[in-house]
Design a protein around this ligand. Structure first.
Ligand SMILES: NC(=O)c1ccc[n+]([C@@H]2O[C@H](COP(=O)([O-])OP(=O)(O)OC[C@H]3O[C@@H](n4cnc5c(N)ncnc54)[C@H](O)[C@@H]3O)[C@@H](O)[C@H]2O)c1
Ligand SMILES: O=C(O)CC[C@@H](O)C(=O)O
Length: 628
């Protein structure tokens, strides 16, 4: 049985309602523009939702437009840029099925025809209304004999076409559903790439967030192997709206949740999820990974990745990305600000003021100029703090477990003990690996100078909290700023418990070192970009657990991704299979790390399904994916 596709124009084939665009052109510079545009939009929605008769909606809109023939070229030009993204990428569909595709619209042929014929729709497969002009070219109305100017007009046109086959209607409006209601279509796809109308969606046989979805369910070759709307993304812990929007704009189905989830909750939620986005709270454990039946990538919308079981992810072929530089400056600024506040005892003085006490004295207040700053962990944050602190006069010393080049006049110290004995201010910027648990205990506090200022903005578990409390109480530590805690509340609604509450000259902050607008916007852009690169091209740049490969996007080729355990002979087996199927490899990229191998193969012709099965069946395969 042949399949015919009936496609709507406004807000389906194009991203906009053409009459809204025409209004903004024809009313340009006129005082009534804003009010008329709003009214036109309202009338469009009422008509599309089936709340007023279509004919009334059309008439009233035309009256408001004040359009002229001379506005049409500008409108057509603007519409060319507004073809819906999934239609733009599926020109192949229009070429292959041109005799089966009809565009039936209640809009106007004058602007629809030039747009849809350029996509490959045949001129005699376009049905739409026609404008009527006066001798000055002003639009005075529409051809009232055209069936599409009447309610139920689309059904009438289809009836007259008398197509012999199944009829599938793709549209965003109630008038598209009416074709099905009239018994003239087999399926109605509510098209939601541009607008989602509840009243239309509830009538649909299937909701199609893109043309790829329609092609996928009809087993028609699409520009992408798997519709993106089928890729589910779960974003936890208040990921910045910028990140949410980027992933939504890519076409993924995105679910957001403001807090973290505990292990059991996440084990449930993770099922069916392809991309998980978290920050520092959510623990992605081995058990969570075992429950992740579709997970391809995790985005840590932060720097630290110690909350993720990276080995478990690697074993399952799940790539993990983070934002290694996006919030470093914010942490540095908070560290420096805290040092100044602590060395002047500002917080306690401020609390006294709030209680009506005036304590004007210089006792115990010092400048930071010339003081020795001891940085433990000279990575991205430690090194940046070194430069900024030096620029305002601190004398910088650092200790790192690895060989790190000194920036500016900073002095490298060979052991943590030596650093602790030297510094007036000790600040921790180590990563959160398990081995760093309790690297600062009573013993380390005892090595520090009396009256030391102490900061931890790295990870909570690196400091023994009872030992810190004792050091503050004994005045060994004269002031401290702690931003991270061994146990942090899951959300802003949960209470904060800590032995450090109520101690003198102790700044406690709710893990906000990296929480600035600037940092969150940076992270919100950076992490989705890495994830989309990975999903779209296979690029793994900046992945923290996958071999890093940067790949070009190819035209006219298929890209196959094979992730396997790093054992000898796999690449030979892959290439043997291509040779057996006489498939020409146009590009191949391989990179391994200790545990896994990551191979991308670009091939230049259609591949048989049994090749895919054989590639999946190679021993030690972890994951296989046809990218396009
Ligand atoms: N408070 C916040 O909001 C916030 C924001 C961003 C980052 N962080 C945390 O800050 C820390 C530092 O971040 P980064 O981007 O600079 O990390 P990084 O990986 O660039 O640097 C960490 C450095 O610590 C060194 N190191 C690790 N263990 C050590 C040890 N025991 N002794 C000495 N050196 C050691 C490493 O060699 C590395 O040079 C991380 O724990 C990160 O999660 C916190
Ligand atoms: O925003 C967060 O939750 C974590 C911030 C910080 O600890 C990081 O690792 O980048």
């Amino acid at each position: 049985m042949d399949k015919y596709f009936i496609i709507d124009f406004d807000s389906t084939l194009t991203r906009v309602e053409a009459m809204d665009l025409l209004a903004s052109i024809s009313l340009e510079g006129k005082p009534q523009k804003v009010a008329a545009e709003a009214k036109i939009k309202e009338l469009t929605d009422l008509g599309m939702n089936g709340e007023i008769s279509f004919r009334d909606s059309l008439k009233d809109r035309l009256l408001l437009l004040e359009a002229n023939k001379s506005h049409l070229p500008q409108l057509i030009n603007a519409l060319k840029d507004q073809v819906s993204v999934s239609f733009q990428r599926n020109t192949e569909f229009f070429a292959t099925y041109s005799d089966k595709i009809y565009v039936i619209s209640n809009g106007f042929k004058e602007y629809i025809e030039p747009i849809v014929t350029s996509l490959g729709v045949l001129p005699d497969h376009i049905f739409a209304n026609e404008l009527v002009f006066d001798e000055k070219g002003n639009v005075t109305g529409f051809d009232e004999n055209n069936p599409l100017s009447k309610d139920g007009g689309k059904a009438e046109v289809i009836r007259a076409l008398d197509l012999d086959g199944d009829i599938y209607v793709i549209g965003d409006g109630h008038n598209d559903y009416e074709i099905k209601a009239a018994g003239l279509a087999n399926r109605f796809y509510a098209f939601t790439e541009n607008v989602s109308r509840e009243k239309v969606m509830e009538k649909a046989d299937h909701i199609a967030p893109s043309l790829d979805e329609v092609l996928f369910v009809n087993k028609i070759a699409s520009a992408i192997s798997y519709p993106k709307n089928r890729i589910k993304v779960l974003l936890l812990e208040n990921v910045h709206p910028m990140g949410v929007a980027l992933l939504e704009n890519e076409g993924f189905s995105v679910e957001v949740y403001p807090a973290g989830l505990d292990e059991d909750e996440l084990c449930e939620k993770i099922k069916g999820i392809s991309i998980l986005g978290i920050r520092s709270k959510t623990q992605v454990t081995q058990k969570v990974i075992e429950n992740a039946n579709r997970l391809m990538a995790i985005g840590a919308f932060c720097i630290g990745t110690n909350q993720i079981d990276l080995d478990a992810c690697q074993d399952k072929g799940i790539a993990v990305f983070n934002a290694p530089f996006s919030n470093t400056r914010s942490v540095v600024e908070l560290a420096l600000g805290s040092i100044i506040m602590l060395i002047r005892n500002i917080f306690d003085k401020s609390i006294l003021m709030h209680h009506g006490k005036w304590d004007k004295s210089a006792s115990g207040s010092r400048e930071i100029r010339g003081k020795k700053l001891g940085i433990i962990g000279y990575g991205n944050i430690g090194a940046q703090l070194s430069v900024v602190a030096e620029s305002i006069g601190m004398d910088v010393y650092y200790y790192d477990a690895e060989e790190k080049l000194a920036l500016g006049n900073a002095t490298k110290v060979e052991s943590m003990e030596a650093l602790l004995k030297t510094a007036d201010v000790v600040t921790l910027h180590v990563d959160g690996r398990v081995e760093n648990t309790n690297i600062i205990t009573e013993k380390e506090f005892n090595l520090m100078k009396d009256g030391v200022i102490f900061l931890n903005l790295s990870r909570g578990h690196v400091v023994d909290i009872p030992a810190l409390k004792a050091a503050i109480k004994s005045k060994k530590v004269a002031g401290c700023a702690i931003d991270v805690f061994p146990k942090e509340p899951k959300s802003n609604n949960d209470p904060f418990e800590s032995e450090l509450r109520g101690l003198p000259n102790t700044i406690l902050t709710p893990h906000i070192g990296g929480s600035t607008e600037e940092a969150q916007v940076n992270i919100g852009q950076f992490v989705p970009a890495r994830i989309m690169d990975y999903i779209n091209t296979g690029t793994t740049t900046n992945s923290v657990n996958f071999p890093n490969l940067q790949l070009p996007r190819l035209q006219n080729a298929h890209r196959l991704i094979h992730i396997h355990k790093n054992v000898p002979g796999i690449i030979a087996k892959i290439n043997q299979l291509f040779a057996q199927h006489e498939i020409n490899i146009v590009g191949q990229y391989l990179k391994t790390n200790e545990k896994i191998g990551y191979v991308i193969t670009d091939i230049d012709k259609a591949y048989p399904n049994d090749l895919i099965k054989s590639l999946r069946d190679i021993d030690h395969t972890i994951k296989f994916r046809v990218l396009y």
